[in-house]
Design a protein around this ligand. Structure first.
Ligand code: GAR
Length: 208
């Protein structure tokens, strides 16, 4: 399966996907890494790994639709069959999300459906939860609301601030995302009629 990865910054989840896909028994290849930010650190990491990179700077487009059209063209040109958001901080038009529905996934640093949007680790601290984590989900038009493929939980510890909690969640992300993508490319999970279906039944995977 041909995978495209979308980033906006550091690219540590992208790095983990690159490493995982490099394993001989991982039936996928990463065909391109696209960033909407020219200075995203992850671009250099991808280039170092020999993966074609592309910058589609959202600031030069005068509408969301025009940016989405350029992104869609780039994904199609690369032959992408699965699109993995890895810290890609752009909200796409409903039309784009609908067109790619079932072929786009995201990793989000909370246990959805709790804490959508931005600064979700701080949201979790403010809410006083004692367990948080991360979620891999299919992308649908509604923000951070698509069907859940996999989740991992981490404790919220006394004295945590947004940085310490983010670091703990990020470690879990690095384990979870490659596992979730592996389940997709091997056909263990698939998107069907707006929900996640597993090969055995219909239960989303969980990792604790
Ligand atoms: C990760 O924590 C990811 O879950 C989050 O951005 C960070 C990117 O880090 N994504 C979102 O918040 C999306 N809503 P990375 O660039 O090092 O992978």
């Amino acid at each position: 399966m041909k995978i495209a990865i979308l980033i906006s910054g550091r690219g540590s989840n992208m790095q983990r996907l690159i490493d995982a896909v490099a394993a001989p028994d991982f039936p996928a290849e990463i065909v391109c890494v696209i960033s909407n930010r020219p200075k995203a650190k992850g671009l250099a990491i991808a280039a170092e790994a020999g993966i074609p990179t592309k910058i589609i700077d959202h600031t030069v487009f005068d509408s969301r639709a025009a940016f989405d059209a350029a992104l869609g063209d780039a994904l199609e040109a690369a032959g992408a069959e699965l699109v993995c958001y890895a810290g890609f901080m752009r909200i796409l038009t409903d039309e784009f999300a609908a067109k790619w529905e079932g072929r786009m996934v995201n990793i989000h640093p909370s246990l959805l459906p709790a804490f959508k949007g931005l600064n979700v680790q701080q949201q979790a601290l403010d809410a006083g939860v004692t367990i948080s984590g991360c979620t891999v989900h299919y992308i649908t038009p509604a923000l951070d609301s698509g069907p859940i493929i996999a989740q991992a939980a981490v404790p919220v510890l006394p004295g945590d601030d947004a940085d310490t909690l983010s670091a703990r969640i990020l470690k879990a992300e690095h384990q979870l995302y490659p596992q979730a993508v592996r389940m997709i490319v091997t056909g263990e999970v698939r998107f069907e009629d707006g929900r996640v279906v597993t090969a055995e039944g219909a239960t989303p995977q969980r990792f604790l």
